[in-house]
Design a protein around this ligand. Structure first.
Ligand code: GDP
Ligand code: MG
Length: 163
């Protein structure tokens, strides 16, 4: 059976862009159009010969389970059920936010293996956030640019041990 890899992270870090990059078609719409990626979105991905199912998620806007973002977050939690690996995406240009730290805390309580991905790392603008992300305690970050297709070889190497 195909490995299932889930993309987790706060809004706007580039989850859907990474999903599109890995699936190779415009299946997940990018940006914050209401309703676009509220649900989990599944795609068949291929990365340098590794084939897997990729899951795009939305959610993690606040803590209140009665709010819509809270419900989306609950969905993200439920979606971990079938996942073999989680890609935890942060925005290297924005640096680490309190919400990133909250997600990291939550992920550490889960059993799924996590690969930390520092997206938007093209050029030098992401250097600060990349180094900052070591403080999340989720291992070495994989610098990526989902938009420009950079870092895919490093992501491949990070994934390889799980195949
Ligand atoms: P999501 O909310 O996490 O799914 O994020 P999106 O994939 O919708 O991307 C949010 C914004 O970040 C969009 O404007 C993307 O074009 C932009 N973005 C995504 N990946 C990159 C990247 O690697 N570099 C830069 N500079 N921008 C990116
Ligand atoms: Mg999205």
């Amino acid at each position: 059976m195909s490995r299932q890899i889930i993309i987790i992270g706060r809004p706007n870090v580039g989850k859907s862009t990474l999903f599109n990059r890995l699936v190779g078609k415009k299946l997940a719409l990018v940006d914050d159009q209401p309703g676009v990626t509220r649900d989990r979105r599944f795609g068949e991905a291929s990365l340098l010969g590794l084939d897997f199912t990729i899951v795009d998620t939305a959610g993690w806007e606040d803590d209140d389970p009665s709010s819509l973002p809270g419900r989306m977050r609950a969905q993200t939690e439920a979606s971990l059920e079938g996942a073999d690996i989680a890609l935890f995406v942060i925005d290297a240009r924005a640096g680490i936010t309190p919400l990133d730290e909250e997600i990291a805390r939550w992920l550490r309580e889960q059993t799924v293996p996590v690969i930390l991905c520092a997206n938007k790392a093209e050029g030098r603008a992401g250097d600060g956030g990349l180094y900052e992300s070591f403080s999340l305690g989720m291992g070495d970050p994989v610098p990526l640019s989902a938009e420009h297709g950079e870092g895919m070889g490093d992501l491949f190497e990070a994934l390889l041990p799980f195949f």
